[in-house]
Design a protein. Structure first.
Length: 796
């Protein structure tokens, strides 16, 4: 109960934070991390600090000269080219790039920009991108050279490239991607195409000490051997160009010449019979120290796996089935990973429901070596295992699940193990079966690690997992790389750069994602509810319950359920608040699932929802945000959510993104958020939507959903509303309810093993993940703090 009290004291800032499973939270809270050396953190921090400095300098340069009183940038003095109308982008001195999404060469420009810059916002007509040291690092790592970045950007740009931008690109990219860490025949090499880079690195004493001297050599790079089935992006560009309007072909070719040449060169380099590289061998025991020293010298070591030449790890017979067809964007993302014949470590960002699993499975089946797949929950472990079997011909004895409940036999030589982060990172006493499995996991050399949902796992836990496992290649997968804290930078160096990020709207237009109509329904508070809401003596918890249980909101949900049931839709009602969840479910006579629901009951309800035409509504607490797969659902009604969490909003939308049969071509999925007006819910809602707005979704506001004079529902009568108010102000057993909910979010095995000390010291906020500092808000113009003057008053 002590934890409940802590929750009530949470500050507003804490409330904005998003959620992360408590099991992960525990590792963030732990003070000792034997695997991670403090030096390693310091090194990465010092690099982050330098990067931050560069960014600050860039911003400062712009602020000094361009920023006006209103806090907006005035770029009217940009030096425009004569033919600017036919070029698609503006490049601003603060590193922001704006792309006309209606340009005939949009696709090519998009491919280029997403490779060199971070997408900030991608609505229908104008996209915004941002050049950052990380994005440039990613560009270099997929073989786009400094001069090509500048040249292509200049060709695409309507204005002359600002000098500070050219300087920024040069400064950020000269040293990145120039040195690689390669594992050849079980030996680690630092490799480079540039002898002077290796000479410079060897000036560092730590690196010199780590070097095995006799191995200095000029080698024939293994990258010279077979190309993978994923060709370089140059080829993709050609394909896309041919699909464009013929009249624009000449111009497009001219414009993209340099970019094509860059990618062609990269491809040629890999198909040519030899590529001269210089390398030196380093001691295995010194790998971490060398990585650190290189980071410190601004030469982060790219990690690539020469899997085709690796004879130390036995191949697994694992091919995609002939019936498996990967989609264009999946192929494109994989081409960034395998573009030079080796496997690059990095992160692929694909929207919810776009098929990250198949992308990961295809990567593993291309490498065909032992593969460790790390998921966030036992349910995901089941889903990944099923998809490995569905898409590939992997023999069943070669794939094993390792969770608290399922421990399959692990193949002695090689194979795929699907497990959770917590199972691997757990530091306490294990059962003998678990200890045995961990011995194999930690003793084996892995071809690749697949890291699912990388945005939710704390960097500290990553270090622990990655530091305890020997692997050649790491592929991170995520839908929402939303993490404005420093940890996102750490991910770049712990896993690798972002290799690809798909555009949600492009995938929607191509029919790979459902076309969702997002609606915010404004529900005024009833008089009595609002006057209680305004009273100071009511706790924050009570006030939150008042706006969630607002009778007008209840009626709106009731109306929407009736409307969509009549259409034959499948509806999920989400409420983070378990008291409210039960209220809605019981009064509307629908099934509900929360942390306390038994596994049998859960399965029964979900099965009924999936297959029975009579069961079209299921009410879910936050347990349904990610781990419950309901591809049939096409309507979401949110009545209560986790404060300002953009990730939760995106994850919930993701529940209905699976493509739907749609004869008319209009919206085929509906995402409703019910907001009690003039309460703090309005403020949170605005923050929550920002990530989706940046992906191009528009939220319509509806103020008159139904005719109040004729609608009759559970809480339309005055007497029923009074009764509800009484229940809300005197809720029975509410604390116990919420406690059960939070505890059930924890992986069972880990919960039983978390030390009682840790359990006691965690706040309820931490248990539900709210205490994690994962959701710091945008500080760069997209949060409510920087809202336009016109709208500020509305939210005051
Ligand atoms: N190339 C493909 N061909 C056919 N079906 C596909 C393909 N790629 C993905 N799918 C299907 O799309 C659905 C969503 O895939 P998956 O579960 O991997 O998505 P996801 O990106 O991991 O989503 P979430 O983030 O919601 O977990 C699955 O049913 C999967 O079978």
């Amino acid at each position: 109960m002590s934890s409940v009290k802590t929750t009530k004291k949470r500050t507003l800032a804490e409330d904005y934070a998003g959620d992360v499973g408590e099991d992960l939270q525990a590792y963030m809270d732990g003070d000792n991390d034997p695997v991670v050396s403090k030096d390693s953190v310091a090194a990465s921090n010092s690099l982050s600090q330098r990067i931050q400095k560069r960014l600050t300098q860039l911003d400062q340069a712009t602020m000094d000269s361009e920023k006006g009183d209103a806090g907006y940038f005035d770029f009217s003095s940009l030096n425009m080219k004569k033919d600017h109308a036919s070029r698609p982008v503006w490049v601003c001195p603060n590193g922001r790039i704006f792309l006309e999404a209606f340009s005939p060469i949009y696709k090519q420009a998009y491919d280029f920009l997403v490779a060199i810059a971070e997408p900030v916002s991608r609505p229908e007509f104008i996209h915004e991108y941002k050049l950052t040291p990380y994005s440039l690092y990613a560009a270099v790592s997929v073989s786009i050279e400094t001069d090509s970045i500048i040249k292509v950007l200049d060709r695409l740009s309507k204005n002359q490239l600002p000098e500070c931008i050219i300087k920024f690109i040069r400064e950020c990219t000269t040293s990145y991607g120039k040195a690689k860490l390669v594992l050849h025949h079980n030996e680690f090499y630092v490799e480079s195409l540039f002898p002077e880079v290796l000479r410079k690195l060897l000036e560092n004493e730590q690196i010199r000490l780590a070097r095995v001297k006799e191995d200095t050599e000029t080698s024939t790079s293994a990258a010279a051997l077979n190309m993978t089935e994923f060709t370089s992006n140059g080829e993709f560009l050609q394909k896309e160009v041919s699909a464009e309007d013929q009249a624009n072909l000449q111009y497009q070719k001219l414009l993209m010449e340099d970019y094509d040449q860059t990618t062609d060169n990269a491809a040629k380099a890999t198909t040519a019979s030899t590529v001269q590289t210089v390398s030196f061998r380093i001691r295995k025991t010194h790998v971490e120290q060398v990585k650190r020293a290189c980071l410190d010298m601004d030469y982060p070591l790219m990690e690539e796996y020469d899997f085709r030449n690796d004879k130390t790890i036995p191949d697994i017979e694992m091919d995609l089935k002939p019936t498996t067809r990967i989609r264009e964007y999946q192929e494109k993302s994989l081409s960034k990973m395998f573009g030079n014949g080796r496997a690059r470590s990095g992160i692929i960002v694909l929207p919810c429901g776009a098929g990250k699993t198949l992308t990961g499975v295809t990567a593993a089946s291309t490498i065909k070596k032992s593969c460790l797949c790390l998921c966030t929950s036992a349910v995901s472990v089941e889903q990944w295992t099923a998809q490995f079997k569905m898409w590939t011909n992997i023999p069943s004895k070669k794939i094993a699940r390792f969770t608290s409940v399922s421990k399959d036999e692990i193949d002695k030589d090689s194979g795929v193990i699907v497990t959770t982060y917590t199972m691997v990172a757990f530091g306490g006493a294990r059962s003998s079966a678990s200890a045995e499995a961990m011995k194999i996991i930690q003793g084996r050399e892995w071809g690749c690690i697949l890291l699912d949902e990388v945005h939710v796992v704390p960097a500290k836990m990553f270090r622990k997992v990655i530091g305890s496992i020997a692997c050649h290649c790491k592929l991170g997968l995520t839908a929402t790389l939303v993490r404005e804290d420093d940890l996102i930078g750490d991910l770049n160096f712990l896993i690798g750069p972002k290799l690809y990020e798909a555009n949600w709207m492009d995938l929607t237009q191509s029919g790979f994602l459902a076309n969702v109509s997002c609606v915010e329904v404004w529900c005024p508070m009833t008089g009595p509810f609002y006057s209680e809401y305004l009273k100071d003596n009511n706790t924050a918890r009570q006030r939150a319950l008042l706006y969630v249980a607002n009778p007008n909101k209840f009626s709106a949900a009731e109306y929407l359920i009736r409307y969509h049931e009549e259409r034959g839709d499948k509806i999920i009602l989400f409420s983070d608040d378990v008291f409210a969840l039960q209220l809605y479910a019981k009064k509307l006579q629908k099934g509900y699932i929360f942390g306390g629901t038994s596994e049998n009951e859960r399965m029964r309800l979900l099965q009924a929802f999936r297959s029975s035409p009579q069961v079209n509504v299921v009410c879910l607490s936050k347990v349904g945000d990610t781990s419950i797969d309901l591809p049939e659902a096409n309507v979401i009604i949110q009545v209560s959510s986790h404060f300002g969490s953009r990730r939760q909003e995106a994850q919930r939308l993701g529940r209905i993104l699976r493509p739907k049969a749609n004869a008319s071509g209009g919206f085929n999925a509906f995402f409703y958020t019910l907001i009690s007006t003039d309460t703090s819910e309005m403020f949170y809602s605005n923050k929550r939507q920002q990530y989706l707005v940046d992906q191009g979704y528009t939220f319509k506001v509806v103020t008159e959903l139904y005719d109040k004079s004729t609608f009759e529902g559970v809480y339309t009568s005055k007497a029923a509303q009074d009764q509800l108010l009484y229940e809300v102000l005197n809720p029975e057993g509410i604390d116990a309810l919420n406690e059960t909910e939070s505890n059930k979010l924890v992986d069972v095995e880990d919960l039983s093993r978390l030390s009682s000390k840790k359990m006691k010291s965690s706040s309820l906020g931490a248990l539900s993940g709210a205490g994690g500092s994962k959701y710091m808000e945008y500080s760069t113009g997209h949060g409510a703090k920087q809202r336009h003057n016109l709208f500020r008053d509305r939210y005051r």
